[in-house]
Design a protein around this ligand. Structure first.
Ligand code: PHB
Length: 374
């Protein structure tokens, strides 16, 4: 029996302007497989996303809005005509298979290296604070390298950062996406502004919570100006520690941010509630989730190590509206169907997460290919 009529994961959902046929979303996943030079999406990337078109919504991988916003070798961009053309292959493939796809707009801030920056410049950040223990890779054979101390952005450079995101949003539209997600999580530029551990600025973009969330909100409004609020979301990671992140008071910080996101009416919020890359405390940060949702009452996507039953339970009890899945979607292109049938999942191979070829990327079998019992 495959009766999913009462299964919370298979109730359709109206996410702003788009109707999702199910609530099993594909989370943004860095896979570092764009064509070089130029960080250009290619046919192999199109095949990968097409294979996953049954997701309620695909949120495509973090994609740099500028050269300055790049932090790792082989990640794709959305700032050149060739990249727009490359992404067009991806969106066409997903749409031809009946899917929906957003692009995640990314600026890494301090999580970069002069070897990846225009003219070997220092990476930029709210404040000149080196991320302890954070690493990146700058080429196929560089291995992991330490990330140096960044340079603090000048106040008069802030409008240029907003413009990078606005322009990325325009290009994403040109490339045929259904909407965009602003990457405000995991220790990258927007997160560096939001959280007190990385933002020691004395101007209007640092200090108080209102000041720390000023740039994130300016970016959100600029992107919403391009797409309309109902096709724009933002991803947050209030208690993640990845990339040497911390905040003195996540309930206060994210409570205020949630309230402001509600005021401007952004289309959805996706929250990393538990990251495999590190958390300040174990278990879901329910008090922070409550703080966000008391101000932001729109669509809420829960992310972080849910299995199918936890996702069902959290949707049923109103803790989230939708759930996004990362690693399970890497190894199971037909993840919604497997959840619907209660079928076994393929295991993921972490050695092929970042960089490489088709192996560990487009060669994971779907149920039919692996002849699993229906
Ligand atoms: C990574 O490349 O490790 C990475 C990229 C984007 C994220 C998280 C991790 O949001």
């Amino acid at each position: 029996m495959n009766d999913s009529s009462n299964d919370p994961l298979f109730q359709p959902y109206q996410l702003g302007a788009i109707t999702l046929p199910n609530r099993v979303l594909m989370a943004p996943l860095t896979r570092s497989r764009s064509s070089q030079p130029g960080d250009i999406p290619n046919d192999m990337n199109a095949t990968y996303y097409r294979q996953r078109a049954s997701a309620g919504l695909i949120i495509a991988e973090a994609t740099q809005v500028s050269r300055q916003g790049k932090g790792y070798a082989f990640t794709p961009g959305i700032h050149s005509p060739e990249q727009v053309e490359g992404w067009r292959k991806v969106t066409d493939a997903v749409h031809a298979s009946g899917g929906r796809i957003h692009l995640q707009l990314w600026h890494v801030g301090r999580i970069s290296h002069p070897d990846l920056q225009p003219d070997g410049a220092k990476p930029v950040a709210p404040s000149a604070i080196k991320p302890e223990g954070a690493q990146t890779f700058v080429s196929a054979d560089s291995g992991m390298v330490d990330i140096p101390e960044p340079r603090a952005l000048e106040t008069d450079e802030i409008p240029g950062i907003v413009e990078q995101f606005r322009s990325g949003a325009v290009n994403a539209k040109e490339a045929g996406f259904d909407g965009v997600e602003i990457h405000g999580a995991n220790g990258y530029l927007i997160d560096q502004f939001i959280r007190s551990g990385t933002n020691r600025r004395a101007d209007e973009y640092g200090g108080s919570i209102e000041n720390r969330i000023r740039l994130p909100l300016m970016i959100a409004e600029a992107v919403m100006g391009v797409w309309g609020a109902d096709r724009v979301g933002i991803r947050l990671s209030p208690t993640g520690s990845f990339n040497d992140m911390r905040d003195d008071d996540p309930v206060e910080t994210y409570g205020k941010l949630g309230e402001k996101l509600g005021e401007i009416g952004i289309g959805y919020v996706e929250v990393v509630e538990d990251s495999f890359q590190g958390n300040h405390k174990s278990g879901r940060p329910e008090s922070v989730i409550d703080a966000i949702r008391s101000g932001y009452t729109g669509p809420y996507i829960g992310n972080g190590n849910y299995d199918a039953d936890e996702a069902r339970e959290r949707i049923r009890s109103g803790r989230c509206d939708l759930a996004s899945f990362g690693r399970p979607f890497i190894s199971n292109p037909d993840l919604p169907e497997r959840f619907r049938r209660g079928a076994p999942l393929n295991e993921w191979d972490s050695d092929s997460f970042y960089g490489g070829d088709e192996h560990g990327y487009i060669d994971y079998p779907s149920l039919d290919e692996s002849n699993a019992p229906a």
